[in-house]
Design a protein around this ligand. Structure first.
Ligand SMILES: C[S@@+](CC[C@H](N)C(=O)[O-])C[C@H]1O[C@@H](n2cnc3c(N)ncnc32)[C@H](O)[C@@H]1O
Length: 255
């Protein structure tokens, strides 16, 4: 099953995930996230409940918790859930977490969330159009009537147009070690299973290096198709900041 592959991939990936963020200013990242959705957050009722449905390393859920919002973090990968707990703890915070795929959400929650987030290009791990529809329907089922769903994604229209095959990072320092990572993109077109292979080179000292290769499966989709899927789920589009030249875009939806 596709979901199981992605779950396994992120369980392995979790060991390197923080390296990808090592040079990012996490505070800036959190502030930017809160600022981007401040209008939605401002309208939250008292005792609102928010779900981060692919909480990953916990950066968005922690940012929400810092705003005093009750947040639940779920993710298909147990190891990513652990990362999110660690990140919250490093900020002297905690929130409820559960290892759950999007498909499993309606088995655990009712129509109870005021806002459901699906951030960081996570939805692209739906491996077919039908799977994406069914994943978003699951988010719909756990959202209150009138509640919001916020999804952000890489702009695949731009990615496929540019069709870059390789990206390599600069040398990154993390916990006393140095790393270089290279992305090798295996893009097969819109609505086709694709993957990115990430080569993590760990430089132990100036004489020794080791290399670990990881893969992440995803399916690129056009903005046009994505909007059709969202409408098919019965969602009203309140905001869509898609632009042909932007690397990412996000949509704010209402049930
Ligand atoms: C690119 S990461 C983004 C994580 C985090 N939101 C961020 O912005 O860094 C994608 C996340 O989606 C999760 N994911 C992938 N497929 C999922 C599914 N079917 N159900 C729930 N989570 C899923 C992965 O485990 C991973 O943590």
């Amino acid at each position: 099953m596709y979901e199981k592959d992605v779950e396994k991939q992120y369980n392995i990936m979790s060991h390197f995930y923080n390296v990808l963020y090592a040079e990012a200013d996490m505070k800036d990242y959190e502030d930017e996230f809160i600022n981007q959705y401040k209008e939605v957050l401002k309208e939250l009722p008292q005792n609102a409940k928010v779900l981060d449905s692919s909480c990953g390393n916990g950066i968005q859920a922690t940012a929400l918790k810092k705003e005093g919002i009750e947040v639940v973090g779920t993710d298909i990968s147990e190891e990513m859930v652990k990362l999110s707990k660690q990140y919250a703890k490093s900020n002297n915070l905690s929130f409820t977490t559960k290892q759950l795929s999007w498909q499993q959400l309606p088995l655990h929650f009712k129509e109870e969330f005021d806002v459901v987030f699906c951030c960081g290009n996570s939805i692209s791990h739906s491996m077919s159009r039908a799977e994406m529809l069914s994943n978003i329907k699951s988010l719909y089922k756990v959202t209150k009537k009138g509640g919001k769903i916020i999804i952000d994604t890489r702009n695949w229209d731009k990615v496929l147009k540019e069709n870059t095959r390789f990206n390599t990072s600069d040398v990154i320092e993390y916990k006393g070690k140095r790393y270089i990572f290279t992305y090798i993109w295996n893009l097969n077109g819109f609505n086709k299973a694709s993957n990115v292979e990430i080569l993590f080179i760990e430089i132990t000292d100036d004489k020794e290096t080791s290399c670990k290769s990881l893969k992440l499966n995803f399916m690129p989709f056009t903005h046009y198709d994505f909007i059709l899927v969202l409408k098919n789920c019965g969602l009203k589009i309140l905001k869509d900041n898609f632009h042909l030249d932007a690397d990412n875009y996000s949509v704010i939806l209402q049930k």
